[in-house]
Design a protein around this ligand. Structure first.
Ligand code: ZN
Length: 250
């Protein structure tokens, strides 16, 4: 039995976070925000590390959360040694080589042991997509969203990976994007939610991004959270990581 499922099967409120990328101030701010909203569980869609300056601290902070569900992301796979660094861009390569040095055997083993997907009632959680899950396919187009939704048995799938929040539904007319900050889960429908990125948003809003999935109400609400980006930038510079990684947070 999945130890993360509430033994009474009671619906709970779940903070779904993704792509923390070793940004400790952003992770702290999001966890505090989720706690204040009454979220009872954290599901992390992966990419705990990579790019920013606090990989070990982010791993430790997440691991300390009771009932945490955390999935494997592509950066976690590289940092833990599951995947090699071939094919990634020079900046990511430099950050990943540095990240590997910051993680001891215990933390690398924890990352390497993370699962690729989590199923919980009508919801499925993966890092990138249900289609080409281990190939880390990006959901950035209606076509990619359709491929993911085709592989969805349940009513809702949560993904991250692109760092761009969004949602798509499949209805009689096909797959269409939904622009609202809050969407409802139709038990007989198909919904795909990209939860955005905690530690390196790429949609022009520099605030940390995540969603709260309220199983009881059947709603998914997006939240943007202010955090100390200047501290995250200073840590990047102090670590000797590429300055462009700090520019990305500003
Ligand atoms: Zn990522």
């Amino acid at each position: 039995m999945d130890p993360h499922i509430d033994p009474n099967g009671a619906p709970v409120s779940i903070a779904v976070i993704s792509d923390i990328h070793a940004n400790l101030p952003a992770l702290e701010a999001v966890l505090a925000h989720a706690d204040a909203q009454g979220a009872e569980r954290i599901v992390c869609l992966g990419d705990v590390v990579g790019y920013n300056a606090s990989p070990a601290a982010c791993v430790d902070l997440l691991r300390a959360r009771e009932g945490l569900v955390c999935l494997l992301g592509n950066h976690d796979a590289m940092a833990s040694g599951l995947d090699d660094l071939r094919g990634i861009n020079p900046m990511a390569h430099k950050a990943m080589s540095w990240t590997r040095e910051q993680l001891d055997d215990d933390r690398r083993a924890w990352l390497a042991g993370l699962p690729l997907r989590h199923d919980d009632g009508p919801a499925v959680y993966v890092h990138a997509s249900l289609h080409g899950t281990r190939e880390w396919e990006y959901v950035r187009s209606p076509e990619a969203a359709a491929r993911c939704l085709d592989a969805l048995d349940g009513a809702v799938c949560f993904v991250g990976h692109s760092h761009i929040p969004g949602a798509w539904v499949r209805d009689a007319d096909g797959v269409r994007a939904v622009s609202d900050d809050a969407v409802s889960v139709d038990p007989s429908g198909k919904l795909l939610v990209n939860v955005g990125s905690v530690g390196q948003p790429r949609d022009g809003d520099r605030r940390a991004c995540y969603v709260i999935y309220d199983q009881k109400a059947g709603t998914v609400v997006r939240h943007r959270v202010e955090y100390d980006a200047a501290a995250a930038c200073s840590a990047i510079i102090a670590a000797g990581l590429p300055e462009a990684l700090a520019d990305r947070l500003r």
